[in-house]
Design a protein around this ligand. Structure first.
Ligand code: NDP
Length: 329
């Protein structure tokens, strides 16, 4: 009995799971890819990653995803997407892809450092993570005044005073976006110049209700049980400190694409975003497709991620069909 048990266990450990479509990541891109691949009869297997549901589970209400006239809580929306993917036969597992071997075919992905999955196609939907300053107060007031997405959360601050941290194109774009909704936007720039493109800088400087604070770092975000009500900043040239009363604090200091395990394997730009062939989700490796924020540093919206998730499933389906035809002939 013991031997039989060991045999079964050892055999299970030794034999790799084989799948047609493996989806890595469970944001809107991953789940949309799963819905399409499942409905195409490809029995996709999806590994959620460390944050099931992705970035939307860290936001409040999503009001800009078409089809929800009253808006929807980010976590509820992701649970609905999960149910929809499961309804058509997606097999969903909690687990983290820890390494890949795309040197041969089938493609190999190791999950949780032990389980090897052999896949005919892989859809990479691992997303990106917003960078934070690392202040404890930032975590404390997360979603209670602190946000890393002006397009997602800006609407909740209409008629209020807010701040944006950063000096790149994102910060410039978020500041001008918020200036249309808010009474005043403070832009905290840590150096005496901005990195953003000239045209975006001009837009910032020409907007009457944006005040740029040069050489300025955030020391503390202040608030109470209702959320953020002020911020303490320090001028890193003079050491002068100041408190500004405001209700919203937006981070725009860049995103980090979650591509660590694909380094040296998938072609990426200098920031680590996966490069896809224009108009497709194809990467430099045959059968591997990249969808959602992991390959998009420009739009980064749930709806664009879902759109490319759909494209990834269709690209994978076409690829698998072509491979099967090759085998027949
Ligand atoms: P970037 O990396 O370009 O800029 C990040 C900014 O955040 C920098 O100005 C940096 O300051 C600042 N920063 C970083 N860490 C801190 C910190 N701890 N405290 C204060 N400030 C900090 O990121 P973006 O998200 O702005 O842009 C990413 C890419 O996406 C870029 O290529 C950009 O051009 C592109 N993009 C294009 C858009 C468009 O064309 N419409 C819109 C948005 C992004 P410092 O300059 O001192 O290093």
């Amino acid at each position: 009995m013991g031997d039989l048990f060991c045999y079964k266990l050892c055999y299970q450990r030794m034999s790799n799971e084989k799948v047609k479509v493996l989806i890595i990541g469970s944001g809107p891109a991953g789940y949309t890819a799963a819905i399409y691949a499942a409905r195409a009869g490809l029995k996709p297997v999806l590994y959620t990653g460390g944050q099931p549901g992705g970035q939307l589970t860290t936001t409040n209400d999503v009001e800009n995803f078409p089809g929800y006239p009253e808006g929807i809580n980010g976590t509820s929306m992701m649970m609905d997407l999960q149910k929809q993917a499961e309804r058509f036969g997606t097999s969903i597992h909690f687990g983290l892809a820890t390494s890949v071997d795309f040197s041969g075919y089938p493609l190999k992905v190791t999950v949780d450092e032990k389980k090897v999955i052999e896949a005919e196609s892989v859809i990479v939907a691992t997303g990106a993570t917003a960078k934070y300053l690392g202040l404890p107060s930032e975590q404390h007031f997360y979603n209670k005044g602190v946000s890393a997405c002006a397009v997602c959360d800006g609407y909740f601050y209409r008629g209020k005073e807010v701040a944006v941290v950063g000096a790149g194109d994102s910060a410039a774009e978020e500041a001008t976006y918020l200036a249309n909704l808010c009474t005043k936007v403070h832009l905290f720039v840590r150096r005496s110049e901005m990195r953003a493109s000239k045209i975006m800088q001009q837009r910032v400087l020409n907007t009457a209700n944006i005040e740029v604070h040069w050489n300025t770092e955030t020391e503390e975000i202040l608030g109470d049980e209702h959320g953020v009500n002020a911020v303490r900043i320090v001028n890193n040239k003079t050491g002068e400190k100041k408190e500004i009363a405001l209700q919203g604090f937006f981070l725009a200091i860049g995103h980090q694409p979650n591509t660590e395990i694909f380094k040296g394997v998938l072609n990426m730009d200098e920031a680590g975003y996966v490069i896809v062939q224009p108009g497709t989700t194809k990467t430099n490796i045959e059968g591997v497709f990249a969808v959602g924020d992991v390959a998009d540093k420009t739009y980064r919206q749930a709806i664009t991620a879902a759109g490319t998730g759909c494209m990834g499933a269709l690209d994978a389906e076409k690829f698998i069909t072509a491979k099967e035809m090759e085998l027949v002939h």
